[in-house]
Design a protein around this ligand. Structure first.
Ligand SMILES: Nc1ncnc2c1ncn2[C@@H]1O[C@H](COP(=O)(O)OP(=O)(O)O)[C@@H](O)[C@H]1O
Ligand SMILES: *[C@@H]1O[C@H](CO)[C@@H](O)[C@H](O)[C@H]1NC(C)=O
Ligand SMILES: *[C@@H]1O[C@H](CO)[C@@H](O)[C@H](O)[C@H]1NC(C)=O
Ligand SMILES: *[C@@H]1O[C@H](CO)[C@@H](O)[C@H](O)[C@H]1NC(C)=O
Ligand SMILES: *[C@@H]1O[C@H](CO)[C@@H](O)[C@H](O)[C@H]1NC(C)=O
Ligand SMILES: *[C@@H]1O[C@H](CO)[C@@H](O)[C@H](O)[C@H]1NC(C)=O
Ligand SMILES: [Mg+2]
Length: 423
């Protein structure tokens, strides 16, 4: 259902998009893809329609994935097949390129490096958006010396570092998501803007078929991206059909990036309901990672038969489970669970100031053969459980990765603010 939007002034226009002010929604814009030119040839027309649909689906699915992970982006929501609503940004005229595998222009600029060379850590490059000069590669120093100022924000070392770090995090998130489809994200290019309302540096523009290279099973000969089109020696109807099939392949799979691949749960066992507040904190933190969390009351000291029965219930339905044991004073619960299940057990004892230093040893000093861990903060216990699920669930992993980036950016901004105050 395409709702009516009152368009204001056209703010910007490039090769593929127009940007319009939204009269009733200050701070937001409509990003409208330009109409595809349809060639007389029916196969060509087909091909264009295929491309528009994949570009649409790709942008909305990718931005949804990033946003759900916690990455700040300009994207707000899809408006129609060819337009979406975004935060109004002043764009930083730099294309950030991130590479896992050497191919394409990198090989030309770095003779001697063979195609397929793997970059760990990821290789970062940046290009100044300047059509007249074929988008020259820039160094960090060139970007700093350009002294860009956008929406009142000067692009200095702090902003450059934030864009560099964000690009790496965004790449790793998309790489992890595509890996669930047995697909290697080879490289990617993105752009950032400054949100005119908040003056934050955010991922903006689009991520579509033209923004990355994808090699299924890491095999270049099966690539499913725009390169197939670039590589065509001759544009025959058969060749165009192949390009179209490849776009369809991506468009079918891009939706799957949002689907959970595995689903697990956390079961918090508490020795007594007096520990409820502590357990609720674990549950709340689990929810922030999208992990279901069940709270149960059982004491391994006072009702060991019941503890083991509860354990058997959760072992019996095949759902991957992390147990968190919350027991005050002497923690018998975690160790008894750990000695009787192959699932991971995290002790999260609610320590009190009076006896905490003594009580903690009941969670730390174990008989041989027990592998339970101990994490004191309830939020951190949930985070550790998330890290366990993140090994097999990319949606959880992506949230952990984005949270790491956001923490890094917050520290950077706090330091910048403090420096500005003390000047
Ligand atoms: N959220 C946004 N707010 C404001 N401008 C944007 C936003 N997203 C993209 N733009 C800008 O819109 C213009 C049109 O996009 P595009 O056609 O891709 O341009 P180009 O040909 O320069 O790549 C570009 O200048 C782009 O940076
Ligand atoms: C950007 O601006 C919009 C409104 O203009 C605001 O709602 C949003 O939270 C801001 N931040 C990001 C990251 O988009
Ligand atoms: C574009 O995306 C929207 C939202 O995901 C979807 O409803 C619509 O069908 C898509 N259009 C095309 C042409 O695929
Ligand atoms: C990004 O950061 C890395 C690590 O700090 C640095 O080596 C690299 O030169 C930076 N890249 C760009 C393009 O600024
Ligand atoms: C990925 O490859 C593995 C091993 O070859 C296979 O079992 C699995 O089904 C593949 N998954 C997808 C989504 O293609
Ligand atoms: C997608 O790729 C095609 C080339 O195959 C390109 O013409 C088009 O601009 C790209 N982007 C969109 C939004 O369709
Ligand atoms: Mg563009």
């Amino acid at each position: 259902s395409k709702s009516f939007l009152k368009l204001g002034q056209k703010l910007n226009e490039g090769k593929t998009k127009q940007i319009f002010e939204l009269v009733d929604q200050p701070g937001l814009v409509l990003v409208q893809s330009k109409d595809q030119i349809t060639a007389g040839n029916a196969v060509r027309k087909d091909q264009m329609e295929g491309k528009a649909a994949i570009a649409n689906k790709t942008t909305s699915c990718v931005f949804k994935l990033l946003q759900e992970a916690g990455i700040k982006t300009a994207f707000v929501k899809q408006h129609s097949d060819t337009a979406f609503i975004a935060a109004h940004c002043e764009m930083i005229p730099i294309e950030w390129v991130c590479r896992r595998v050497a191919t394409g222009s990198f090989l030309k600029r770095n003779p001697g490096v063979k195609e397929g060379y793997r970059f760990s850590p990821l290789k970062m490059e940046m290009f100044f958006k300047d059509d007249a000069n074929n988008d020259p590669q820039w160094s960090e120093e060139q970007l700093l010396e350009a002294k860009f100022s956008l929406a009142g924000l000067s692009i200095g070392q702090c902003e450059v570092d934030i864009m560099n770090r964000s690009t790496v995090a965004i790449f790793e998130i998309l790489e992890k998501a595509w890996a669930t489809q047995n697909c290697t994200l080879v490289d990617m290019k993105i752009e950032f803007g400054v949100n005119v309302t908040t003056k934050e540096v955010v991922l903006a523009d689009v991520i579509d078929n033209d923004s990355w290279r994808l090699w299924p099973a890491g095999d270049r000969s099966q690539q499913k991206d725009k390169q197939v089109y670039r590589d065509l020696k001759e544009v025959t109807p058969e060749a165009m059909q192949m390009v179209k099939r490849n776009f369809e392949w991506v468009s079918e799979r891009v939706k799957l990036l949002l689907e959970p691949q595995a689903s697990g749960r956390v079961v918090v066992l508490m020795g007594s309901t007096s520990d409820m507040a502590h357990c609720e904190k674990i549950k709340k933190a689990c929810a922030s990672y999208g992990i279901p969390c069940t709270l149960r009351v059982t004491s391994a000291h006072k009702g060991p038969d019941e503890t083991l029965r509860i354990k058997a219930g959760y072992e019996g339905d095949g759902v991957p489970t992390v147990f968190v044991a919350v027991a005050g004073r002497s923690n018998g619960l975690g160790p008894v669970m750990s000695g009787n299940t192959a699932y991971p057990v995290i002790n999260c004892p609610p320590l009190t100031p009076d006896w905490g230093a003594q009580d903690v040893w009941s969670s730390l000093r174990m008989p041989s053969g027990l592998g339970c861990s101990t994490v004191l903060s309830p939020e951190a216990a949930a985070q550790f459980a998330a890290q366990i699920f993140g090994l097999s669930d990319h949606l959880v992993w992506c949230k952990l990765r984005a949270s790491m980036l956001n923490t890094w950016v917050s520290l950077k901004l706090a330091d910048k603010k403090l420096q500005a105050c003390s000047l």
